[in-house]
Design a protein around this ligand. Structure first.
Ligand SMILES: C[S@@+](CC[C@H](N)C(=O)[O-])C[C@H]1O[C@@H](n2cnc3c(N)ncnc32)[C@H](O)[C@@H]1O
Length: 274
């Protein structure tokens, strides 16, 4: 055990305090990853003890916001898992194209790389102007980045490679302008994106969608919370709508599985059939 790392009881105590004193409900989150993230943060910020961490989390202290941001993992990329985007292009968009209006929900969108990827697919399929992309996350500071549509330039090489692997035929650089170390995506690509905070643990359904994407979020939740959130998606999805999860996530063991049919292939995309 590292001198400044916290134990299982301390994780439990913190989860209780976060709920009772600060109104943040992490009780359904997988403890192993919470513990890892807390220990990582304590290392980053050179905290000496659990007591010091608790003291910093005093109500009204700005450290609370930093803590929440750091224990939720925000890693994302454009066209992450290119095969997934290929399946969106080939299997999902042609179905959505039959609809007069398309509403898509990106739940747990982090800084928005996934949302801009989707907007580019819709643009290329000539569907963007009749689509709305709702981008939500628990964490307000990542949502500021979604609004700006600005991503680090040094990631763009990999993103354009992902784009190409997903079946993209255009010169990817036509979608953004580079300035200093940043790439800013065109207004035309971002204009159908609507940004709002939404906490999957406590907030309700707010619309009916033809496609919901929630990738690499449920892996941080325990089974009961996963089932509850899948129930929320089920309530929010139109019949014959699509639900897309992350590579390590599945609908298979949820109570809703019989209402869905997984698309052929290995991608984590299901169609609601009932
Ligand atoms: C690893 S990122 C996934 C980003 C993107 N979906 C992707 O796959 O690249 C997980 C995101 O889920 C968000 N998140 C965690 N708990 C949440 C909750 N209860 N409600 C909404 N978003 C949450 C985090 O803030 C983080 O931005």
């Amino acid at each position: 055990v590292e001198p400044n790392s916290i134990n299982d009881e301390e994780v439990e105590l913190l989860v209780n305090e976060l709920l009772e004193r600060h109104g943040y409900d992490f009780s359904g989150y997988a403890r192993a990853s919470l513990k890892r993230r807390i220990n990582r943060l304590m290392g980053l910020d050179k905290l000496k003890s659990f007591q010091q961490l608790r003291f910093l989390l005093h109500p009204g202290d700005s450290y609370l916001q930093r803590f929440i941001e750091e224990i939720t993992v925000n890693v994302t990329e454009m066209f992450r898992d290119p095969g997934f985007y290929q399946s969106l292009r080939n299997d999902v968009l042609p179905q959505l194209a039959t609809r007069p209006f398309i509403r898509i929900w990106h739940a747990g969108c982090s800084t928005g790389e996934e949302v801009y990827s989707m907007a580019i697919l819709l643009h290329e399929a000539n569907l963007l102007q009749r689509s709305l992309l709702y981008a939500t996350d628990l964490n307000p500071s990542v949502l500021e980045k979604v609004k700006q549509g600005i991503f680090p330039l040094n990631s763009l090489k990999q993103y354009s490679e992902n784009y190409r692997l997903s079946g993209g035929k255009e010169d990817f650089s036509k979608y953004y302008s580079a300035k200093y170390d940043w790439a800013k995506f065109d207004e035309a690509i971002g204009k159908r994106i609507v940004v709002a905070t939404h906490n999957l643990v406590i907030d309700r359904s707010f619309n009916e969608f033809q496609l919901i994407l929630c990738r690499n979020v449920l892996i941080y939740f325990e089974k009961d919370l996963q089932d509850k959130v899948i129930g929320l998606f089920d309530d929010s999805l139109e019949r014959l709508g699509f639900l897309a999860l992350g590579a390590k996530e599945s609908l298979k063991f949820s109570p809703f599985t019989r209402n869905y049919l997984q698309l052929p292939g290995k991608e984590k995309i299901w169609r609601k059939i009932k």
